[in-house]
Design a protein around this ligand. Structure first.
Ligand code: FAD
Length: 499
């Protein structure tokens, strides 16, 4: 009997490919007759093969499997099966927000599942294994406290097309914060859904009527394990598995070693890593339908790691919203005040619902594939001189972000980033120039990192970092200006006019 990974299996006689289905497997062994040459053969599968995933919508559980293609989105599943026709779609790029639903996702700070508004038009159906989804049909619409009723009372719907998205957006926000939201939080979240007829004022008035103006995000609380009673380490995870779909293989690794193995097994094949899949909203070539093998990173627990002692390590599975939360909490620590600058920029990336699913690592990879992409995250991480932990061909490497774009990332995974304590003499600023303050790509962005002696007319002590995005695909650093400024006094007019 041959030892083989559970993927497409090749007949040892005629090489015809077969996808093992669960019913053909017994004790991890696939037995079957080749449909091409009739040879009877056996293979041992290394992962558990599943034939379906389970998704709960409005409290009802659905089992979905190979009757759907790997590129099916949560939105088309909900609408085509008539489970939720109240969930709309329009742009299919994560831009308009009419497709918003509420999803319970793993949240690494509290180590619990939390509610987030997500763009169902970008979420691959097979990412949703174990998700609890709430759509507009599952929302209380009659009580005084109900979001739909409040929207109606404040005349917040005119044509009504965006109303389900508006409701789900705030419903998820209220759920996440246990009802305790501030007006600012509501306003910040309003970037997720575009309304073209009310002018937004009545929608904002309706949603802000839920605000209590609580002063701060609640304290981190530690979750106890139901099984052991110990502090949850987040290490209880499902076994790695895979789904054989009608047009693709969907792999679900649960550990980094399993992930590396799956990448190795699929080397040379038309595969892609998937996290939030929001990159598809920007670059259509990422459409899951263009790939034979999809490797879903959401279940890999190590990628959610957060460590502050002694180095700051932030896992690549942190969504932009989660990254914001972690940085916001750490920003009052000595030598980490620059986290406030990072938060300022993160809050201007995309919309809050895209940030709820999209990761900083996925953003960096968009920049890697498309150097012309005006990534705010790349510019920010380059300005703060972050380092990346990458697994390349099974080997772990730590590289500065400045080397990332020239790194061959074939068959590689970004595992985490490292951030450093920065002495108070360093001044870090990040800027974004865009057409609107919310929901718009940068025309140009910039990041500066200067070590300055303020007692000597703001003398630049060492080579600063001056980074720009959106200028051209090859321009990142203003290298000559960086070199010129070393030792110069910024308070001196001659520095500004000098060459
Ligand atoms: C409407 C909209 C507006 C946006 N606006 C902005 C903006 O203003 N500024 C900005 O900077 N960005 C913007 N973005 C981009 C957004 O930030 C990215 O889409 C998101 O961060 C990608 O993360 P993801 O987890 O969804 O990646 P995915 O879409 O799942 O993956 C993207 C790519 O990264 C690869 N990948 C993912 N994770 C890893 C990993 N750990 N290791 C190796 N490869 C990996 C995937 O294989 C894929 O090639 C916008 C996106 C949308 C949809």
């Amino acid at each position: 009997m041959e030892e083989k990974k559970a993927n497409s299996l090749s007949c040892p006689v005629c090489s015809a490919l077969h996808i093992p289905q669960k019913q053909n497997l017994k004790n991890g062994i696939f037995m079957g007759t080749c449909q091409s040459c009739g040879h009877f053969f056996k293979f041992r599968c290394s992962n558990s093969v599943e034939s379906s995933i389970t998704i709960t919508v409005n409290g009802k559980s659905y089992s979905v499997g190979s009757e759907y293609s790997g590129s099916t989105t949560l939105n088309s599943f909900l609408r085509d099966s008539r489970i939720s026709t109240g969930t709309k779609y329009m742009c299919k790029e994560g831009g308009c927000g009419t497709c918003l639903v509420q999803a319970k996702l793993y949240e690494p700070i509290t180590m619990e599942k939390q509610s987030y508004a997500v763009n169902s038009c970008l979420v691959p159906l097979f990412s949703c294994d174990g998700w609890e989804v709430t759509t507009i049909e599952g929302v209380d619409s009659t009580s005084v406290q109900a979001v739909p009723k409040r929207l109606a009372q404040y005349n917040g719907s005119q044509c009504g097309f965006c109303s389900p998205g508006q409701v789900m957006n705030i419903h998820a926000l209220l759920d996440y914060h246990g009802g305790a939201v501030t007006k600012q939080m509501v306003e910040d979240a309003s970037d997720s859904v575009i309304c073209r007829c009310t002018g937004f004022r009545p929608i904002l008035d309706a949603m802000k009527s839920f605000a209590e103006d609580v002063p701060d995000i609640e304290d981190v609380h530690t979750k106890r394990c139901d099984r052991t009673g110990q502090t949850c380490t987040g290490s209880c995870h499902k076994q790695s598995s895979q789904l054989a779909l009608k047009d693709a293989q969907w792999f679900k690794p649960s550990t980094v070693p399993d992930l590396i193995k799956m990448i190795k097994d699929n080397k040379g094949k038309n595969y892609r890593l998937v996290f939030g899949n929001t990159g598809f909203g920007v670059y259509k070539e990422l459409d899951p339908k263009n790939f034979d093998v999809l490797i879903d990173l959401r279940g890999v627990t190590e990628l959610y790691g957060i460590d502050f002692d002694p180095t700051i390590v932030l896992g690549s599975g942190l969504s932009l919203s989660q990254l914001y939360d972690v940085l916001y909490r750490g920003s009052n620590e000595p030598q980490f005040g620059y986290f406030k600058e990072m938060c300022k920029i993160i809050s201007k990336v995309a919309t809050s619902s895209v940030r709820n699913l999209g990761t900083w690592a996925g953003n960096l990879m968009l920049k890697h594939k498309h150097p012309e992409f005006q990534s705010d995250i790349y510019t920010m991480l380059e300005a703060v001189r972050a380092q990346l932990n990458i697994v390349l061909n099974g080997e772990t490497r730590v590289i500065p972000v400045s080397e990332f774009l020239s790194q061959d990332m074939t068959d590689s995974v970004i595992v985490a980033m490292f951030l450093n304590a920065v002495p108070d003499s360093h001044h870090i600023r990040v800027y974004k120039v865009n057409k609107r303050t919310q929901s718009a790509h940068s025309d140009v962005n910039a990041g500066m990192n200067f070590d300055i002696d303020v007692t000597q007319n703001f003398r630049v002590k060492s080579q600063p970092t001056i980074v720009f995005g959106g200028i051209s695909k090859s321009f990142v650093h203003a290298t000559k200006t960086e070199e010129y400024l070393v030792g110069k006094a910024l308070g001196d007019q001659n520095t500004l006019i000098g060459k």
